[in-house]
Design a protein around this ligand. Structure first.
Ligand code: ZN
Ligand code: ZN
Length: 438
């Protein structure tokens, strides 16, 4: 999960999520034997997976430096008997599991890098690499990827088709996915579908997602003018049109973070207030000189169309205003040299089908359908893979209110209930098996 929350004002929030969502229930009993085999195998290797996760947690490596991490991944995949390719787009690793019969090809992606952080770890298996921490949960992502590989390798005789395990570096820099693709990933493997997950503050035992985008679309909008005589009027005019064109007024419930995950208004309600919006998410930055005036502001939208409509509207307003002569440019970007953020876009059909199949096998309470996106500035370059292969990006619940664990990525107290490893391995091993049958 890439974030620009350090740069812009974005308050904190996700604790609220723990209220109002149901707890994890019992696994449904009506299920076929392959899913029972998956769960037995997961139970059998669970303790070893926890150990593996803690080892990754103790020795985190930042983006583009994941050398030891990728070595451990390679060793594990080789020990399962998978064909393994390494050094793809940096320290990327791919494991190939071929079933006994020909069939469909499904890819599972896990990101593997950690983050620079000097804050102390909140767990007893704290980071031994000074200044580096796994506070985005990628240690858990790697472990779940390896766990699914292990479970499915043990069921190889029953599998039709191939499963590709894509371990991606440099996600936090928003460039590892592109790096792997540019380095020929899709010449090595040719998946029909691709899936991946991210740790999230939803309750342990659950997964959540929606079709299409799962994060807000956002951009930093910059408008530059030749300085008029009365600079203040120009600045006030521009602020006023930009503010009045956003969907929510200053006192709307939209701005109260406690509503993000409330059952009535939040993203889990079909009528959520977070499904159709454009909102200004930062104060205006203003640069003035005798020649130029430049205003900048961060804009979030519930989807790409909304964002583009808003940007076009503002541009048109200014171009047809009394300041049209002064306008130099309207730009949308972050900063020089920063790659454009792509947002994961989930395939509608695959989202519906996979949520249905997980819910059928593990019970309705295991799946939280989402209907909106929080106005935050997160992204994940899993989006880049989805440009080539249809797929779904899920949030995996890692919080446990009873244990005081809040799995909110990029926060100092980020922690994960390790039962989430079991959930991830079970649900997604089953999901992949079901996809291969299609
Ligand atoms: Zn992250
Ligand atoms: Zn992440």
């Amino acid at each position: 999960m890439t974030s620009i929350i350090n740069k812009f004002r974005t308050a904190f929030i996700f604790q609220f999520l723990l209220y109002g969502l149901c707890a994890f229930g019992q696994v449904s009993t009506a299920q076929s034997s392959i899913h029972q085999s998956i769960q037995s195998k997961t139970d059998e290797i669970f303790d070893s997976l926890v150990e593996i996760r803690r080892d990754f947690h103790k020795y985190p490596e930042v983006s583009e430096k994941e050398e030891k991490t990728s070595q451990k991944i390679e060793d594990y995949l080789l020990s399962l008997g998978l064909e393994v390719k390494t050094n793809i787009g940096g320290y990327g690793v791919v494991g190939i599991l071929k079933g006994e019969k020909e069939g469909k090809r499904v890819a599972w992606r896990a990101d593997i890098d950690a983050i620079s952080s000097d804050l102390p770890d909140v767990v007893h298996f704290e980071s031994q690499n000074e200044g580096v921490r796994h506070i985005c949960g990628h240690d858990v992502h790697i472990t779940i990827g390896l766990g699914i590989a292990n479970v499915l390798a043990s069921l190889k005789e029953n599998l039709q088709g191939s499963v590709y395990f894509v371990f991606q570096p440099a996600e936090e820099m928003n460039k590892g996915a592109k790096g792997m693709v540019d380095d020929g990933l899709f010449k090595l493997i040719n998946p029909d579908e691709i899936y991946g997950l991210h740790m999230s503050p939803y309750p342990v035992g659950t997964i959540a997602t929606k079709s299409e985008n799962v994060y807000a679309h956002f951009t930093f909008m910059e408008i530059e003018f030749k300085a008029p005589k009365d600079q203040e009027s120009l600045i006030n005019y521009t602020k006023q049109i930009m503010r009045s064109a956003q969907t929510y007024g200053p006192n709307a419930k939209f701005w109260n973070n406690e509503n993000l995950f409330s059952t009535e208004l939040g993203v889990t309600n079909p009528n959520t207030i977070y499904k159709d919006y454009v909102a200004l998410m930062s104060d205006f930055s203003i640069e003035k000189s005798n020649e130029r005036v430049k205003l900048g502001v961060l804009v979030d939208a519930s989807n790409e169309e909304k964002l583009n409509e808003y940007l076009a509207l503002i541009k048109n307003e200014i171009e047809t205003s009394r300041y049209s002569e002064e306008l130099i440019s309207v730009k949308f970007n972050f900063e020089e040299g920063m790659p454009v953020m792509e947002t994961p876009m989930n395939d509608r059909e695959l989202t519906d089908e996979t949520l249905k199949s997980i819910s059928n096998i593990y019970g309705k309470q295991s799946v939280i359908p989402l209907y909106g996106v929080p106005p935050l500035q997160f992204s994940d370059d899993f989006a880049h893979f989805q440009k080539f292969v249809p797929g779904v990006y899920y949030f995996l619940g890692g919080s446990n209110s009873e244990k005081g664990i809040v799995a909110m990525p990029h926060t100092p107290n980020f922690a994960v209930d390790e039962d989430a490893i079991k959930t991830g391995v079970n649900y997604f091993s089953s999901m992949i098996v079901e996809r291969l049958k299609k």
